[in-house]
Design a protein around this ligand. Sequence first.
Ligand SMILES: [Ca+2]
Length: 191
Amino acid sequence: MKRALSVLGIILGVLVILFLAGCEEAGAGGGGGGEETQGFVPHGGTYALKVETGDAGWKTAWYYDIENHVSADQTYHYAVWVYQETGSDQQFTLTLKSSDGSTEHYNSVFYQQTVPSGEWTLLEADFTLDSATLGNPTDLYLESATNPITFYFDDFVITQNDTEVVTWDFEDGTEQGWQGNNATVTVVTAE
Ligand SMILES: [Ca+2]
């Protein structure tokens, strides 16, 4: 009888420990606000842009009216830091869309460059849009070869002859003109 009671005591003790551990876990997971991402650190400063895509192409972060920043027949350097933590390498493509008035053209600034999982990676290239064959720039978008995916980018800088044309660092806490095209874009900060 005494032994049965002590076994019961051990079982009760284990149940209490499991219950307390469960409470702790629930408490830790319950604090996430809309802007916080667990374990995530922006490339620079306090904020980065999080992109959650759908399951098909052309569902990604989109910048309309890029002609406000870049023109045809001039060479620009595009440089963007990209992060993903899917557990495997992912390929990213930066596209400058243009129009010659009747036809839209999709021009790769860089095509399927690799970003390893869990490492902020700089993707960059020079690009010149030939107005005679491709018209004028309209949109800029960064997409993954594999969808759906969640990725982040930060410190996206376009320069011309080493002079800054535009920088998207999200440090004002806004999307800075980037929109989701059948995707969700959100400015996020470290936890
Ligand atoms: Ca930033």
